[in-house]
Design a protein. Structure first.
Length: 277
């Protein structure tokens, strides 16, 4: 039995809990669950051939080789030129620094491309032709926390009147740690926040103006989360923070029918919510 299979009460279980927390944190750096598991195994047990990794983690052989190739391409695993190849990892400190630097490089490249695109765009004259184009309602799918939160920030920054938010304690905790809640509560917008389901005020929300918060106690599920802007746009999570960060999934739309429906649900929930005293 490996540490990943240890049962509650066994001497390995506490170590399993710690490793699963590390595994979940590595997902935030773009690794898949099995990639993180292979990395953790090699980092803890030391250099190993692929056959031992396959046996220890019970992975399909083809998947294991694909994972090792992917981790090598990311520069956090290396292999010897011997036969069989022996795979080893960078230290955790070096690995984290390497992944952070890779993300910074991506951002730098995107910023450079953005400047080039804007320069080219300015060289194209704006058409003065009038058209009879009909404005169509739109819908956009978003996967992964970075993409979803980027859209959420756009909604907040372009809002003129109000932002309405309904979500679980875990959803609002994510918003808090991303500084979304702080920005909202400090803004001049009409902000209403529903936390559901809960009977007590979470500690992170105690600094927020109580008039802006309602607690919904009777909702049987913690998978509802949506944000409404100015009665014009809605961002609705289909997979919220009950899923790993990379698996979160949401839709954004300016469909009047959809916005009206979700707005009615929010108003109903706000009316039924507990006033924070």
């Amino acid at each position: 039995m490996t540490i990943f299979e240890s049962e509650p009460g066994s001497h390995l279980y506490q170590q399993r809990v710690c490793l699963e927390k590390i595994q979940n944190m590595l997902l935030k750096f773009g690794l898949s669950p099995n990639q993180a598991k292979v990395y953790i195994y090699l980092a803890k047990v030391g250099p190993r051939p692929a056959s031992e990794i396959v046996k220890a983690l019970q992975l399909p052989r083809t998947e294991a080789y694909f994972i090792l190739s992917t981790l090598q391409s990311r520069g956090i695993v290396n292999g010897t030129l011997s036969s069989p190849t022996i795979y080893a990892t960078l230290s955790l400190e070096q690995t984290i620094l390497s992944m952070i630097n890779a993300e910074k490089e991506k951002i730098n490249m995107l910023s450079k491309h953005a400047e080039e695109i804007l320069d080219l765009w300015k060289q194209i004259p704006t058409s003065a032709l009038e058209t009879n184009e009909v404005v169509n309602e739109k819908m956009q799918t978003l996967q992964g926390q970075p993409q979803i939160f980027s859209k959420l920030w756009n909604m907040i920054n372009s809002a003129r009147e109000e932002i309405l938010v309904l979500g679980s304690v875990k959803d609002h905790s994510k918003f808090y740690h991303s500084d979304i809640l702080g920005t909202l509560t400090d803004s001049v917008l009409n902000v209403k926040i529903i936390i559901s389901p809960t009977k007590t005020m979470p500690s992170f929300a105690k600094t927020i103006d109580k008039k802006k918060i309602r607690l919904l106690q009777e909702s049987p599920k913690d998978n509802q989360c949506f944000v409404i802007k100015d009665h014009e746009e809605v961002l609705m999570f289909l997979r919220n923070t009950t899923y790993p960060s990379g698996d979160t999934f949401a839709i954004w739309s300016d469909s009047k029918a959809l916005v009206d429906s979700i707005h009615s649900l929010f108003d109903y929930s706000w009316h039924d919510g507990k006033v924070v005293s």
